[in-house]
Design a protein around this ligand. Structure first.
Ligand code: NAP
Length: 274
């Protein structure tokens, strides 16, 4: 899939490394065809040692050699990095941005490139268990789409959407999602400690319960309501607990939180486009 191409990462932090690790681990490309740039020589040395790739401190050189260029710096640095590399970016390069909230229109305007993929990964992508939602401009060929898909699947699952608008929704659901889940887990662990479990034991109980429930939902394919009903005996403990959660409007709070994140994502995108 990625043979006969060259792949550059501008910004060689956690996400870039997760992609490099996944792509090389699956043997999709030779290390010699991968370049990663970032400001710190010691980080470059680290990546060279770990993966045998070409790791450098020159973004312009990385842009020049990449037929596929992944923009993997923090969103606030992206305008500066795009201005710096504009002249070096090949007119036919496939640019893949994983920077949260940066609209395709801005990338096109700042880089003068037409073939752009915009992706929204999430933090579990750092360990290969992420959910990445992505879209592509009309100029991105089928081959380029397959290449983008291969690169993004190094982070875990990926899903193509035809409309960029879905990326704001994905930002609110799967991009921000780990924050909701971690908060829920934290609250459960604290509740366990409140009852008298040690933190270590409470954590073990909660982590396994969350992981097992997620796998069960996926593997059985049953609706969450059905799975919840199966835990809820008449007059039992779950019914008592669920009553309190509904009384506290948990469902409405979650819906409001996701909606707020969606509105925020759209507002940040509009700000970036100015
Ligand atoms: N982390 C996630 O799970 C996640 C989820 C969704 C989206 N994303 C997106 O993924 C992108 C990368 O995130 P990350 O978590 O990998 O961040 P990160 O670990 O901080 O990586 C960013 C890298 O960019 C480097 N950098 C700083 N200034 C630079 C410059 N002028 N030119 C080139 N590189 C520069 C940093 O180097 P130094 O360390 O030396 O400063 C760092 O290695 C972000 O745009 C973020 O929005 C991340």
């Amino acid at each position: 899939m990625l043979t006969d191409t060259t792949l550059s990462f501008i910004g060689s932090g956690a996400m870039a490394e997760a992609m490099i690790k996944g792509i090389l681990g699956h043997g999709l490309i030779d290390p010699e065809s991968v370049t990663a740039s970032g400001p710190r020589p010691e980080r470059a040395q680290e990546l060279r040692g770990r993966y045998g790739i070409r790791a450098i401190t020159d973004n312009k050189a990385a842009a020049r050699v990449g037929k596929i260029v992944v923009l993997s710096v923090k969103p606030q640095l992206l305008p500066k990095v795009m201005a710096e590399t504009r002249e070096d970016m090949g007119a036919n390069a496939l640019v893949i941005s994983i920077a949260a909230g940066m609209p395709i229109g801005v990338i096109r305007r700042e880089l003068g490139v037409e073939t752009i993929v915009r992706a929204m990964p999430n933090t579990p992508g750092q360990i290969g268990h992420g959910m990445t939602v992505w879209t592509a401009t009309g100029a991105v060929t089928q081959t380029m789409q397959r290449q983008a898909q291969a690169i993004l699947s190094a982070l875990g699952k990926e899903l193509y959407v035809a409309d960029e608008g879905y990326l704001d929704m994905a930002t609110a659901l799967s991009g921000t999602g780990p924050a909701y889940v971690f908060l829920f887990m934290e609250a459960l662990v604290d509740a366990g400690v409140h009852m008298g479990f040690s933190r270590r034991v409470a954590q073990e109980l909660v982590y396994q319960t969350v992981e097992g429930s997620a796998i069960m939902a996926r593997e059985t394919g049953l609706h969450p309501t059905e799975l919840r009903n199966r835990v809820t005996s008449p007059g039992g403990t779950s019914a008592e607990a669920l009553y309190q959660l509904e009384k506290g409007s948990l469902r409405t709070m979650i819906s409001k939180a996701v909606w707020a994140a969606y509105q925020k994502s759209k507002a940040l995108g509009e700000l970036a486009a100015k």
